[in-house]
Design a protein around this ligand. Structure first.
Ligand SMILES: [Zn+2]
Length: 424
């Protein structure tokens, strides 16, 4: 039997117009709904009862789904669709991931086959599994799941489609599209799951922010200075900041007009920057409260670069440690604090001398701590403008400074004003 025959049979059963039934059926089949499921769905639409034997789980609101649910039926709007290959039990499988929403909330999903839906589609998804992912419920669309066009469009308050400014990207985002200028590109060989693989890494920018990226399928169009629309990327956290990932499914299209790139890093109250969970190239202004231990003249393991105490590296045991300069300063703007880390060059600037000068001072005083003391004397109680990459983990927030300059303004007052503006 073909679709027309099925439609004829249904139309006569239900006593409705055959053209309409045919259109409904074709619509469902386009979404890879098996014919028996499609017929049931059309029967239900025309009030003909379920007519089938498969019990469909009851419909629930997205906002009510918890990890206690087994299988659910939802009527939702598709917010995003991302494509990715994952290795599952030894095989490479192409999956779709993204978010669905109804008026009560939104939820992430993973589809283990291509149901053919796109952002903006309104769907009734039957018999979707609920699993826990990262403490949150997530829908699992598998071979027992049915996907049908919803009777009417589902209105939702969330943004539909994947287009985002860089500043709005967060780790975990799927199926995002960005319009960016390529700022830096480096080739790199890594040992991946299939042996040595060539990838590229670099930095992308738009007028809101700059972010690092990795292209797992290096393509020549992603070159410094190129203005590109990149579709279907996913975001993951890399060294504490969101990182854009291009896969074999990402598409790259050159843009006719240049993309404006933010010259300045976005300036945020420390509380907001820390709340964001990590930022690439951000600026904060605050007062230095104190200099932490491990500042000034320090020793590093020549093998791994870790700071060592008494010549003992945690990984390499007794080593011939190398002298280095570093500052870990606690910066406070009245909204929160962050540990600012200055490398040897920035430390030399605030100390007023490099490694040789620091070693000479330590030798003369027969005490290494004189270097940290001198730095504390300069920094503590003064306001600084700091730009760099912020990472946030269980141990706190660290800002790896790329610039560190005296600020003349009152950072606490300014941060409070900015925070009030953001939260109004
Ligand atoms: Zn080491």
């Amino acid at each position: 039997m073909d679709v027309t025959d099925h439609a004829e049979e249904l139309a006569s059963d239900l006593g409705v117009d055959k053209e309409e039934v045919t259109a409904d059926l074709r619509n469902l089949l386009e979404y890879s709904v098996p014919i028996e499921e499609a017929k049931q769905s059309v029967r239900r639409k025309h009030g003909g009862g379920s007519g089938g034997s498969t019990p469909t789980p009851s419909s629930v609101d997205v906002g009510e789904i918890s990890t206690d649910h087994g299988n659910v039926t939802v009527t939702v709007r598709v917010l995003s669709v991302g494509t990715r290959t994952i290795r599952y039990q030894g095989d490479d499988i192409t999956i779709r991931e993204g978010e669905l929403a109804d008026p009560t909330g939104r939820i992430s999903y993973t589809a283990w086959q291509d149901f053919g839906f796109e952002p903006g589609d309104s769907l009734t998804i039957g018999n979707a599994g609920v699993r826990e992912w990262d403490g949150q419920p997530e829908l699992n669309l598998n071979e027992s799941t049915t996907v049908a066009v919803a009777g009417e469009p589902i209105e939702v308050d969330y943004e539909i489609g994947g287009d985002r400014a860089l500043i709005d990207l967060e780790a975990g985002d799927r199926g995002r599209n960005v319009e960016v200028r390529v700022l830096e590109v480096d080739s790199k060989t890594i040992s991946g799951r299939d042996g040595e693989t060539e990838i590229t890494e670099g930095v992308l920018g738009d007028e809101t922010a700059k972010l690092p990226f990795t292209d797992w399928q290096p393509r020549p169009t992603v070159e410094p200075g190129a203005d590109l629309r990149i579709e279907d990327v996913y975001i993951r956290e890399f060294r504490g900041v969101p990182s854009i990932n291009l896969t074999e499914f990402s598409t790259v299209t050159p843009l006719p007009d240049p993309i404006d790139v933010a010259e300045d890093a976005p300036r945020l109250p420390i509380a907001d920057a820390v709340d964001s969970g990590g930022m690439f190239d951000v600026e904060v202004v605050g007062n230095v409260l104190e200099i932490r231990d491990g500042s000034g003249l320090i020793e590093r393991c020549p093998e791994c670069g870790r700071v060592v105490q008494g010549g003992q590296c945690r990984s390499h045991g007794a080593v011939d440690a190398e002298d280095d300069l570093r500052v870990k300063a606690i910066l406070d703007d009245g909204t929160d604090t962050v540990t600012v880390v200055l490398d040897a060059d920035l430390t030399a600037e605030v100390y007023g001398g490099g490694l040789d000068a620091a070693l000479a001072a330590a030798t003369e005083a027969m005490d290494k701590s004189v270097v940290a003391d001198a730095i504390a004397e300069t920094l503590v109680g003064r306001a600084y403008r700091v730009r760099g990459n912020l990472s946030v983990d269980d141990y706190g927030a660290n800002l790896d400074a790329s610039t560190f300059e005296r600020a003349s303004d009152d950072p606490a007052a300014e941060a409070r004003a900015a925070l009030a503006e953001v939260r109004e």
